[in-house]
Ligand binder design. Structure first.
Ligand code: GLN
Length: 568
């Protein structure tokens, strides 16, 4: 069969042994190194679950839903990709089994298979391959991350599709990278290679021989173990790389480069590139590891134990810290606990220099969030409200400043006389829950003389949205009269996109999700300003922590090194 013509090289990344090995960060880091070498790179995520997209899944199950410019609700790994490389993600960068089956079934209903029996091989695998091809347009390299762990039943069609892909486009255009774990058994003080051998065996059973192994490990992987892994897994000795745990994810590209991962990849794929210039990554990591002062930010939400539920938010706050040269410590507060009678907010938030209410859905913990916002407003603690956090700031203001006692959002109280937040008109007839919100990038015009305008320094901005409810214009005049500032609106002035209040050091709410447009190299202006305001607050309250944990950890390591050097 004639090979399919392609100018793109494909790197398929699978994961073995356990989940949560950081495949997303590994892909993002490899892509960052290749981009740095001057290549046009993108990353696609293939998720084996049956949901059409993660939009309808609980953050408890799946973590954050990441929204792209074109309004796709996607896996949170796409957030890592956008934070590490400059290519923007779109709908074609994330496919699930559900989406693949959905489109095959629709084709079958239209009679496009001309009477054939529709099967996993070739119809599902063909569909997967065409999705990969579609995402490779105009690229030098496309990385494809396969979700799940090798050996899972549900990922088999994807693994089979990427196996076939090599004969479709030619094996010189394809590279298989396998990320695996080398566990450390502390009782015997040994690193173990057996799980990796088994996981590679699983891949080889299906017909995939990985070219490169990246081994996650807590401890240094000695050369003889690399040689052993190479022998048992049938890969070249110099294609087994160590990925030792690091304190910041932003160190991973440097770590991979140090190990020689990118050099090996371009050699294998026969690509000519310049050497990467990693000065900006080095500067970033130096900044991260030398932060001297720290501030604590209270994040009031529903998912206190789950960092993945607020992934982009957490990263954005850290980015703003890097920019302001301050370490940001995040303190999560369970909003349901703040609802209880007798909560002493001053005690709860003691030591916190800023309060943030992130996006959310449903009425659980709403009143706790509103009380936290009231505390921030009346005590002049910097406040940042994102999406639901902005809507609740409007509710709090309506109730406690504009005297609309039962004010609420129609999402939580359909009977209220004062629905200051209500369902958007185009949402009223919507029945299906999947992909039906106001999603993706929309323009917003800022009012001069506001904190928002000061932060962005420009009149028109573009931000990503994911919501059904909106500021209710029936109350606009009344709330403005009471002192609310509508600092950002849609260009036609019909939608209020940002609010602020007067006589407060920093109180800003936005209907959109700025956390989807922040990166470590380029902190988002609103987060930057929020952290700067929080730092000012902390200084006044004498709450500035003097040493960051990372710095402390590093300096104690340095001290140990020094001591051993001195005693040597
Ligand atoms: N639940 C609110 C709405 O749908 C807020 C959504 C969000 O915070 N992303 O409008």
């Amino acid at each position: 069969m004639a090979k399919k013509k392609t100018k793109t090289k494909f790197i398929f990344v699978t994961g073995g042994v356990v989940s949560s090995l950081g495949k997303g960060i590994a892909c993002a880091s490899i892509a960052a190194l290749l981009e740095n070498r001057g290549l046009r790179v993108s990353i696609q995520k293939l998720d084996p679950y049956i949901n059409v997209d993660p939009g309808t899944m609980s953050p408890i199950q799946h973590g954050e839903v990441y929204v792209t410019d074109d309004g796709a609700e996607t896996d949170l790994d796409l957030g890592h990709y956008e934070r590490f490389i400059s290519t923007r993600m779109t709908k074609t960068n994330n496919f699930t089994s559900g989406k693949i089956y959905d489109s095959v079934i629709q084709k079958e209903r239209r009679g496009e298979y001309l009477g054939s029996t529709v099967q996993v091989i070739p119809h599902i695998t063909d569909e997967i391959k065409s999705c990969i091809m579609r995402a490779s347009k105009d690229l030098d390299v496309l990385l494809v991350e396969i979700g799940g762990t090798v050996g899972d039943i549900e990922s088999l069609p994807f693994i089979e599709a990427i196996r076939q892909f090599s004969s479709d486009v030619g094996s010189d255009n394809v590279l298989y990278v396998h990320l695996t774990l080398i566990p450390f058994i502390s009782a015997s003080h040994e690193l173990k290679t057996k799980p990796t051998q088994h996981s590679v065996q699983k891949l080889r059973e299906i017909g995939i021989q990985p070219n490169i192994l990246i081994c996650r490990t807590e401890h240094e992987l000695p050369k003889d173990l690399k040689t052993k892994i190479a022998l048992f897994c049938n890969v070249d000795k110099d294609s087994v790389f160590m990925a030792k745990d690091v304190k910041s994810i932003y160190e991973v590209p440097l770590e991979f480069h140090e190990e020689g991962v990118d050099e090996k990849i371009i050699e294998n794929l026969n690509i000519w590139t310049r050497k990467p210039d990693l000065k900006n990554w080095k500067d970033l990591v130096n900044t991260i590891y030398s932060l001297e002062e720290s501030v604590s930010i209270a994040v009031v939400g529903k998912y206190v134990e789950l960092v993945d539920a607020y992934k982009s938010l957490n990263e954005s706050l850290l980015h703003a810290g890097f920019k302001n040269k301050i370490k940001v410590d995040l303190k999560y507060f369970d909003s349901e606990k703040l609802e209880r009678d007798g909560v002493d907010f001053a005690k709860e938030f003691a030591g916190c220099s800023g309060i943030l209410v992130p996006g959310g859905f449903g009425d659980r913990g709403i009143e706790g969030k509103i009380k936290a916002i009231e505390y921030a407003r009346t005590n002049k603690v910097p406040y940042f409200g994102i999406c639901l956090g902005m809507q609740l700031a409007v509710v709090e203001f309506a109730r406690n400043v504009a005297n609309l006692k039962d004010a609420s959002s129609a999402e939580f109280d359909s009977q209220t006389q004062h629905p200051v937040i209500s369902l958007m008109s185009e949402q009223k007839a919507v029945v299906n829950k999947g992909a039906t919100m106001r999603l993706g990038l929309y323009p917003c015009v800022l009012q001069k003389g506001t904190k928002a305008f000061e932060a962005y320094g420009e009149k028109e901005i573009h931000e990503r949205h994911r919501h059904r409810y909106e500021f209710n214009n029936n109350f606009r005049d009344q709330l403005i009269e009471a002192g609310l500032i509508t600092s950002g609106t849609s260009p036609d002035n019909l939608l209020v996109e940002m609010v602020e209040i007067k006589d407060h050091p920093w109180f800003v709410g936005c209907q959109f999700h700025p956390e989807f447009l922040s990166s470590a190299m380029k902190a988002h202006p609103l987060f930057k300003q929020f952290i700067a305001a929080s730092y000012q607050y902390a200084k006044r309250a004498d709450w500035v922590g003097k040493k960051s944990k990372v710095t402390e950890a590093l300096s104690s390591e340095e001290a140990t090194d020094k001591n051993s050097a001195e005693s040597a």
